[in-house]
Design a protein around this ligand. Sequence first.
Ligand SMILES: Nc1ncnc2c1ncn2[C@@H]1O[C@H](COP(=O)(O)OP(=O)(O)O)[C@@H](O)[C@H]1O
Ligand code: SF4
Ligand SMILES: [Mg+2]
Length: 348
Amino acid sequence: MTSATSATSTTSTDPARTGRPVPSDELLVEVDRLSINFPVGRSGFWGQHQQWVHAVDDVSFGIRRGETLGLVGESGSGKTTIGRAILRRIEPSSGWIRFRGQYITDTKGEELRRLRQYMQLVFQDPYASLNPRMTVLQLVAEPLVVHGRAKSIDAARGDVVKLLGRCGLPEDAADRHPHAFSGGQRQRIGIARALALRPAFIVADEPVSALDVSVRAQVVNLLQDLQHELGLTYLFIAHDLSVVRHISHRIAILYAGKLVELADSDSVYESPRHPYTEALLSSVPIPDPPLQRARRRIVLQGEIPNPIHPPPGCRFQTRCPLAQDRCRHEAPPLEEKAPGHWAACFFR
Ligand SMILES: Nc1ncnc2c1ncn2[C@@H]1O[C@H](COP(=O)(O)OP(=O)(O)O)[C@@H](O)[C@H]1O
Ligand code: SF4
Ligand SMILES: [Mg+2]
C-alpha cells in the first residue's frame, strides 16, 4: 500500500461521497476507494495459486458529523468488513480512511489506541458480545480503566450508573450479570459500554437484527436520542431496508462488495435508481394494505455471487432482471443520477 502522505491529493470531499460538496471539516469519516481481500487457501495441483475473497471493492463514501449513514446489503456483501476497517480492526488491501481529517489507515501503537477511544462498535449479537462472567459495572467500566479515565472499576461506579440509567436500564443493573437481562436490555448494556469513553463515532453493526421485533424500535429510538444528546455520528448497518429509514439520514446500498446506490433516505425509498435497491425495497412490508397489494414484488433469483470469483462486468448481472450484454463485460461506475443521488447502473 502507498503511504498516507502520498494520498493527500485524493479528493475525498468528492460530492459523490457526500450528497453535495462539503468542506472537509464537516466530514467525520471519509472512506476512499477502499478494497479488502482476504486470503483463503490455495488452488492448483501444487497449491500454486493464492485465492482471495474479494469482500470490498473500491468503495468510497463520507459521513458528515452528526449524520447516520445506513449501510445495507445482504449477508456476505461486506458491511461488517467495511465497519471494522473504519475502526481499524481490519487492514485494508488498498484505499484510505480519514477520521476527523486525519489519515488513519497507517496509524499504529499508542496513537491507534488513543484513536480507538473515539470510535466504538455496537455488536450484532448482545448475547455473544458481553462476557458472562463480568458484572454490568465491570463491563461498562472496563474501557474507562483501560484508557486511564478511571482509577478503578469502583471509582467509575457513579458515572456507570448514570450512563446505565440513560440507556434505560434499572438502577440495580450495575451489580448483575448479563444473563439476568433480556436481549433488548443486553443490547442497552452493549450501547452503554460503547458510550463509556464518550466516542464521536459508532459503528452499529446490525444492532437490532438479533432482537425481538417488539423491542427493535425501542433500541433504535434510544440510539437516535443518544445521537441528538451527545452529537454522535453513526454508521448503522442492516441487512434489509426495513429498519434503517427511520434512523438514517442517507443510505448506502452494498452488493457483493460494491457500492451500488447512495442517496438521502427518502430518495432511496421513494425513487430508487438501482435494480438491486428496488428488489430490496419490494420485500419491505408497507403498513397500508392496498398499497402493499398494488406493489410489484421483485423476487431475486439465485444467490449473491461467490466472492472468490465475482462475475465480470456488473456484479449484479447474474441476478438482475434488466441485465443486457454490456453488463456482462463492463462494470457500471457510480454516477450522480439526480442531485445527491448516486447509483451504479447503465440503464437507470
Ligand atoms: N476473516 C475473513 N477471512 C475470509 N473471508 C472473510 C473474512 N471476513 C469476512 N470474510 C468474507 O468476506 C465477505 C464479506 O463478509 P462480511 O463483511 O462479514 O459481510 P456482511 O457483514 O455484509 O454479512 C463474505 O464473503 C465473508 O465470508
Ligand atoms: S448495469 Fe446492468 S446488470 Fe448491473 S444493475 Fe444495471 S442493468 Fe442490471
Ligand atoms: Mg455482518
